[in-house]
Write a protein that binds this ligand. Structure first.
Ligand code: EPU
Length: 428
């Protein structure tokens, strides 16, 4: 096991490149199951979630190669192997295996997904969708069993706007007989990306990116080549660290339109920003003003950037309120930021930050992926050395983070944890 060490307080400068989107990757890879010939996906991030999904596709009989961000999946020999335990539990997005396997084989057994602990994360809307398409769904000893004699199109209204449910229903519906309409669908860019791959495979999908998606089922889907979209959350994390600890940071490989809510908030704080076609420049963030944010579904402010934003707000003058309307318990980073001298308290679904404070290096633990990003930003801002443990969370979603930050001049490195430190971690 390793920990991350950061010598903070230095100004970061230069260009940093964004990788392919994690939350697209984790759906695009399962989507390849639906094809009858090989699919190539370019630009995948080098993160552990991608590695786990590759292994899962191999477990069900796929032949998969992955080199320099390019994954080639040959799905011809895949079978509907039950996956009740093991690696499926390591990531939440393994739920996409349900939709994809149901679409292709009309049956699947998938262990209930793991992932970050952010409060309750039910999958009732996914199941409601599968049932509407004609599947019988049962939960037996922590695994979901899905079976259908035939999938047929249906009109499905989502009670909760859910990225996962929208994509999962789309995966199953592309091969259902007849027409499916998903109403109150999520509109995140990752949904459009998955719809683009499926369309290139031969699916008939209209309206992805709006709240009504119409799908006309087809008999078969074929392989194709697809380039993934850039990761808007990684790009947003880099914008935040540029504002927090930078002196001119250029973020490359971005779709600026995906980050408008963040750009607007940073400008409101007084961060100088220049937006290009595929790049965003963040100038030095000085004399920053406190702002309030409320997370919402896309195109509102993303919950995934709420935690890293909180680190930046410790530098702003005044009181900021961060409210998460999507997840009730996405505040595990707050205690750690407090260890670093931040003045923050949590009240219900809000964190109240009083600033400015000068953060001090400390030993902190990442409890989940974006908490990890928040602590890395805090470490870059802080005086002295910060040690971050819980790197397995950060490695799930940030590709080559240490190398990328070194490219901006950060002093950051990974170090092996001692036996004693590992014991301490277990007891925390
Ligand atoms: N929800 C339900 N029932 C469902 C599905 C969701 O009540 O059947 C609720 C959830 O509890 C939550 C809200 O709806 O309160 C939104 O959940 P959603 O389904 O949209 O989240 P998700 O698909 O599980 C994805 C991302 C998350 C991101 C959210 C919101 C993936 C693999 N994960 O999760 O990403 O926070 O959308 O944008 O795409 C991350 O990257 O750090 C991360 C957690």
């Amino acid at each position: 096991m390793e920990k991350l060490k950061i010598a903070g307080g230095y100004s970061l400068k230069g260009t940093i490149k964004v990788s392919g989107a994690k939350n697209s990757a984790v759906a695009l890879i399962p989507a390849t199951i639906l094809a009858e010939t090989p699919v190539t996906i370019e630009g995948l991030p080098n993160i552990s979630d991608v590695g786990i999904l590759k292994t899962l596709l191999e477990e069900i009989g796929g032949t998969v190669t992955f080199e320099d961000g390019e994954m080639v999946v040959d799905p011809t020999q895949m079978v509907s192997m039950p996956l009740p335990n093991g690696k499926v539990k390591k990531l939440r997005a393994s739920y996409y295996l349900m939709g994809a396997m149901l679409g292709r084989f009309k049956k699947a057994v998938i262990g209930l997904p793991g992932g970050c602990h952010l409060g309750p994360r039910p999958i009732d809307q996914h199941i409601k969708g599968f049932e509407a398409l004609g599947a019988k769904v049962t939960n037996e000893q922590g695994a979901i069993y899905l079976r259908a004699d035939e999938l047929h199109g249906a009109r499905i209204y989502l009670d909760v706007v859910s990225v996962g449910a929208t994509i999962n229903i789309m995966l199953a519906a592309v091969k259902a007989k007849g027409k499916t309409v998903i109403e109150n669908a999520a509109k995140e860019p990752e949904i459009i990306d998955v719809a683009t791959l499926l369309t290139n495979m031969g699916a008939k999908i209209k309206g992805a990116g709006t709240d009504v998606i119409r799908i006309e089922g087809v008999e078969s889907l074929n392989g194709c080549r697809h380039t993934i979209i850039p990761d808007r959350i990684e790009a947003g994390t880099f914008m935040l660290l540029g504002a927090a600890a930078g002196d001119g940071v250029l973020i490359d490989n971005v779709i600026p339109h995906h980050l408008e809510s963040l750009t607007a908030k940073l400008r409101e704080m007084g961060v100088p920003i220049e937006v290009g076609d595929e790049q965003i420049f963040i100038g030095k963030g000085e004399h920053l003003k406190a702002v309030d944010i409320k997370t919402l579904v896309y195109p509102g402010f993303p919950t995934d950037l709420q935690q890293p934003f909180t680190s930046l707000l410790t530098k702003a003058e005044g009181t900021s309120v961060v409210t998460d309307t999507i997840y009730s318990a996405r505040f595990k980073h707050i205690d750690e930021l407090r260890r670093m001298n931040a003045n923050i308290k949590v009240e219900g679904r809000s964190a109240i930050i009083n600033g400015p404070t000068t953060l001090q290096g400390a030993k902190v633990k990442a409890s989940d992926l974006r908490a990890g990003a928040a602590l890395v930003i805090a470490g870059l801002m802080a005086e002295g050395i910060t040690e971050v443990t819980g790197l397995e969370h950060i490695d799930r979603g940030y590709s080559n983070l240490v190398e990328k930050l070194e490219g901006l001049g950060a002093t950051i490195w990974r170090e092996k944890m001692t036996e004693e430190e590992m014991e301490q971690q277990k007891s925390l």
